[in-house]
Write a protein that binds this ligand. Structure first.
Ligand code: ATP
Length: 322
């Protein structure tokens, strides 16, 4: 093996640049060449590929976003597109790849492995929704952004005795909402997989008010990208009492920003490990971290598995918020 290709694919996440740097630097220090593929599988098919020099990666350890850009390219599910991608790999002499993205991107990586080009997947998504890993690259940064925003909203909620329903990202996953809810001391968390009762939340807020806490914070997961989850909740809440309630959708700010130290270390560990696996001639594997140990799982097993959020956080928040 002489040349490794690197791409980011699917939704972007803070820490992707750190992962790119880790893969490229580890490859260079192992005497390999590293090539960046822009725009995910779309760029692979188009041949939008360039060689990395060590200096290209200088400040990537602290940069948000992805210097390789990201894209969705559903056409790559077609064999015809995959063969075009293979032609480009041949043309650029790339022998193996690291694909940084979500589980959709892993499908593309597996197709390349099946065509004889070993590919390893790194979990790059703020949603933390990938099986066989406790954390994905970008989750910690997005979580901290969300908590920082909620802390600020708390200030204004207190000043005006308001209830704020704060909507966080995560798509179908509950992780950002659960972690952000506990970390910001939310009065309630509404997240996929957890039943809730608007009237019970309204009663809790009224009880808080009677006890002297005259503002409230409800953290709401977007739940399958419903951009109106928080406004819809506010309308329902108002039916159960005289609340000065507002909705705030934190939005895409959660996808940007300087990666946290934890995400940087995670991305560095995972990126370097991916190169080690490729050097061993392995492909079709997805990297994860379980109990603080970086490890790899077969992508086929991963597709059959389901991500499990830390359910205990929901009850913990119930126990601590009154
Ligand atoms: P996120 O979780 O942020 O959405 P993702 O990687 O799951 O990231 P997708 O849009 O599902 O995002 O997939 C990213 C890209 O991976 C697709 O645009 C496509 O290029 C490729 N891809 C997805 N599914 C397949 C598939 N079945 N076969 C080949 N390639 C695929």
């Amino acid at each position: 093996m002489k040349r490794i290709g690197i791409m980011t694919s699917g939704g972007d996440a803070p820490g992707m640049n750190v992962a790119i740097r880790a893969v490229a630097r580890k490859a260079l220090s192992a005497g390999l060449e590293a090539y960046g593929i822009n725009y995910g599988f779309a760029g692979l098919v188009a041949g939008d590929i360039h060689e990395f020099k060590a200096t290209d990666l200088d400040d990537m350890v602290s940069q948000g976003g992805t210097m390789l850009y990201s894209a969705r390219y559903p056409e790559f599910a077609q064999e015809e597109s995959q063969l075009k991608g293979i032609e480009q790999l041949k043309k650029f002499g790339i022998d193996a790849l690291v694909v940084i993205g979500g589980d959709g991107s892993y499908h593309g990586a597996l197709r390349l492995t099946e065509h004889g080009y070993n590919a390893i997947g790194l979990p790059g998504t703020i949603d933390n929704d990938i099986p066989f890993t406790d954390f994905t690259i970008g989750f910690d940064t997005a979580l901290n952004t969300a908590v920082d925003a909620i802390d600020k909203i708390r200030d204004t909620a207190k000043s005006h005795q308001r209830v704020f329903a704060v909507q966080v990202m995560g798509r179908k996953a509950a992780d950002i909402a659960l972690w952000a809810g506990v970390a910001s001391g939310a009065d309630a968390i509404i997240a996929p997989g957890f039943d809730y009762d608007v009237e019970a939340i309204a009663n809790k807020l009224k009880k808080n008010r009677a006890n002297g806490k005259d503002y409230g914070i409800i953290v709401i997961a977007e739940g399958d990208a419903n951009s109106d989850a928080a406004p819809e909740f506010v309308e329902k809440l108002k039916q159960y009492g005289d609340f000065d309630a507002r909705a705030t959708v934190i939005g895409h700010v959660q996808r940007g920003g300087v990666p946290s130290a934890k995400d940087r270390v995670l991305a560095s560990k995972m990126g370097a490990y991916a190169v080690e696996l490729l050097l061993e001639g392995k492909g079709g594997l997805a990297i994860g971290i379980l109990d603080n140990k970086v490890q790899a799982h077969n992508m086929l097993d991963l597709f059959d598995a389901k991500h499990q959020a830390d359910d205990s956080l929901f009850q913990l928040n119930e126990d601590l918020s009154f």
